[in-house]
Design a protein around this ligand. Structure first.
Ligand SMILES: [Cu+2]
Length: 257
């Protein structure tokens, strides 16, 4: 787009003065109109303003006098309201209302005493359950065939929820045994190498020495088992019975009184 202005200096000079002359002409015309019509020079204005003030003051005074002359009879007003709405509730601010409030307060039954424990209603106390102790046993990763926890300590007879986690690349299980039976059960586990049903049996040998067990847990899997800790204090071995593992993968549960 061509933005250059092609005009002579005389033309621009002429245009400037024409503009200025138009501006002044409008101003002069406005001034003339103002003078001819008389503008806002109203000689009556002050008088009219004073009159308006007087009217207002008189009205205010009359209103005050009317209010002061007849103080509101609250009881009568309440009676009138009662007739209209018949709510039976006296108007606030009256003596009747205060009495009514007192009556209401007396009639409201006291809040029932809070129960000490909403879980234990006094009528039928539940059988006291032993708290379940949560225990974690982990296999160590990296194919080292070891339990992370080489020793555990639990109170005799306690209820246990044991989570066996296997972050290893090998399969493992967890078997809790009777004291002094680690070698015996370990030998049975090794013998399962020739058992065609071993996989089906989760590599858990048949033995009365096994107190608690998990299935064979796959890599990155876990299993939760529940059992009760024996009543007899002592050292209870736990092993993994995947053939060969138990020689390294074992620990001791110390059952305390
Ligand atoms: Cu194992």
């Amino acid at each position: 787009m061509d933005t250059s202005v092609d005009s002579s200096p005389i033309k621009r000079f002429f245009a400037f003065w024409m503009g200025l002359a138009t501006f002044c002409a409008f101003g002069f015309l406005s001034y003339c109109a103002y003078k001819v019509t008389g503008g806002d020079d109203d000689p009556e204005y002050e008088a009219a303003s004073k009159q308006r003030s007087q009217y207002r003051e008189a009205a205010e005074k009359a209103q005050d006098e009317k209010l002061n002359a007849a103080p509101v009879d609250l009881a009568a007003a309440a009676g009138a309201l009662g007739k209209q709405r018949d709510s039976g509730k006296p108007a606030p601010g009256t003596k009747a209302f205060e009495e009514w409030m007192k009556k209401q307060a007396a009639a409201t039954p006291a809040a029932p005493p809070e129960k000490k424990d909403p879980k234990e209603p006094a009528e039928n106390p539940p059988i006291k359950e032993k708290p379940v102790i949560k225990v974690a046993i982990d296999a160590l990763p990296g194919g080292v065939m070891k339990f992370k926890q080489a020793e555990l300590s639990l109170k005799a007879g306690s209820s246990v929820e044991l989570t066996f986690s296997n972050p290893d690349v090998l399969q493992h299980n967890f078997l809790l045994l009777k004291p002094g039976t680690k070698e015996k059960v370990g030998a049975l586990a090794d013998a399962m190498l020739t058992d065609p049903e071993a996989m089906k049996k989760q590599y858990v040998p048949e033995s009365t020495d096994i107190l608690a067990k998990t299935k064979l847990v796959n890599p990155f899997g876990k299993e939760v088992i529940k059992f009760t800790v024996p009543d007899e204090p002592g050292d209870y071995p736990y092993i993994c019975t995947f053939p060969g593992h138990w020689r390294l993968m074992f620990g001791t549960l110390k059952v305390t009184k």
